[in-house]
Ligand binder design. Structure first.
Ligand code: BTN
Length: 241
């Protein structure tokens, strides 16, 4: 693993994407920052993280998927890697809120933003962005968020967790080719609120209730609506509230 440590940057994902465009990067080149001035979340959201406290990391990988249909497996492999690293640090009540928010009980402790570039030669470059709340304890502005420190009442070593995540990523990304169903079953067993009614919001801000039935092979969330229709929603179509 090649590690590039930055103090402050707009976004580690953007930094690594630009770097991969200007030079040949080896697999598992990792960029971390203590602070992001323009941290990116899913669906155009901002990722806020208290300076110095948390893990802000982006990992460059290539060669694990060959087309857009497989892209969701990268999300699954990443979510499972973060979960495994957290488990090894004794964090309890872990689950994955579709598509890939990492939860401890009802609070989000990590977010994942994966950005793929499909090249004309058929290769796929991927930037795996992970924001993990490690030692932050003040969440006044983010009532639905939490951290390892809050959940476990302890202080953690960020670099140790980073190494664990990268180690787990290496194993789980290999599984995409070797046994995607193993990844899939593991992911489904950790799905947040499976079988339970949940509020959702569409892109145009409409809210509705539905029961989560599972996730399709393409990574779409299967929801049973109140009128008994089963509907599949893609990554950018809805958000779970
Ligand atoms: C989300 O849950 O909305 C995804 C958050 C992803 C945040 C991480 S922090 C490191 C990397 N760089 C970014 O700009 N975003 C991701």
């Amino acid at each position: 693993m090649k590690l590039i440590k930055l103090d402050a940057i707009d976004s580690t994902n953007d930094f690594l994407k630009a770097l991969s465009g200007s030079q040949e990067l080896e697999n598992f080149t990792v960029v971390t920052a203590e602070n992001q001035t323009k941290g990116k979340g899913q669906m155009g959201a901002v990722w806020n993280s208290e300076k110095y406290k948390n893990l802000i990391m982006s990992v460059f990988v290539k060669g694990f998927i060959t087309n857009a249909d497989e892209a969701y497996l990268l999300n699954i492999a990443t979510a499972l890697s973060v979960i495994e690293a957290l488990k090894k640090n004794n964090i309890k009540n872990l689950s994955i809120k579709w598509p890939n928010d990492i939860m401890s009980a009802n609070s989000k402790i990590a977010g994942i933003l994966i950005e793929n570039s499909f090249k004309s030669d058929g290769s796929v470059f991927t930037i795996i962005g992970i924001g993990l709340n490690v030692n932050q304890t003040d969440f006044t502005d983010l009532p639905k968020a939490s951290s390892m420190a809050v959940v476990a009442n302890a202080i953690f070593d960020k670099e140790e967790i980073l190494n664990l995540i990268v180690q787990e990523l290496k194993t789980n990304l290999e599984l995409i080719k070797l046994s995607a169903t193993t990844l899939w079953d593991h992911y489904m067993s950790l799905l947040f609120k499976l079988g339970l009614p949940m509020p959702f919001k569409t892109q145009d801000e409409k809210t509705f209730m539905g029961i989560i039935k599972g996730v399709s092979a393409a990574g779409k969330l299967i929801v049973l609506l109140e009128d008994d229709h089963l509907v599949e929603y893609g990554l950018k179509e809805i958000q779970m509230l």
